[in-house]
Design a protein around this ligand. Sequence first.
Ligand SMILES: Nc1ncnc2c1ncn2[C@@H]1O[C@H](COP(=O)(O)OP(=O)(O)OP(=O)(O)O)[C@@H](O)[C@H]1O
Length: 218
Amino acid sequence: MWRAVEEQLGPLSEAPMVPALQPLVLVVSGPSGVGKDAVIKELQATRPDLHFVVTATSRPKRPGEQHGVDYLFVTAQQFEEWIAAGALLEHAVVYGEYKGIPLSQVTNALSRGTDVILRLDVQGAATVRRLLPGAVLVFLVAETEAQLVRRLVDRKTEPLDKMLTRVQTAREESKCAADFDYVVLNRDGELHAAVEQLAAIILAEKLKVARLGLAGAA
Ligand SMILES: Nc1ncnc2c1ncn2[C@@H]1O[C@H](COP(=O)(O)OP(=O)(O)OP(=O)(O)O)[C@@H](O)[C@H]1O
């Protein structure tokens, strides 16, 4: 039968129908207190195949945070040297402290074929959209503004003046969802559901025809 098919239609190709999946860059963003760190930590626990970029910051460590794990805690001077050397993909002053993404972490992971997860504030996400147009941008939201502030208050990491700035900024940033590709609702007590949704986004994005280079291939 095989031979008959080949005789009628010519040799049957053993070439893969689908090229190897390309690594992607996924940005998790959203206002302060929405749960970016919490969601990323939970995703990290189940997905050793992803590279979670360790953001550099000049802000002081919060209790329980570890250098090189939660953030790279560096001095403002070190930060400025990195900026001058072009060693950061993106950087900004957020609530009076530097935050930035070491470029080498991103390029090294992508060249190994590994997907990269970035945690960025809203202005950083906009910068990455310009620099890496293929990046997938996810906007995390809480159920309500009140819920977001409850989380920040319960976290007990900000004094009142910093809290006011964060809530005011969150008000503005909450209007930015339209600049993102996906919105994920991080409901209180349902972190796991938000993490599952992120994993679903990663999978769907990797299988997109355009990303596989198949668009217009016919
Ligand atoms: N789904 C959830 N249910 C209950 N608590 C949550 C949930 N998600 C996050 N939290 C808690 O809310 C607080 C804020 O979360 P987290 O620190 O991850 O926010 P963030 O977006 O990273 O904030 P920032 O930008 O200020 O660093 C933390 O104490 C975290 O444990």
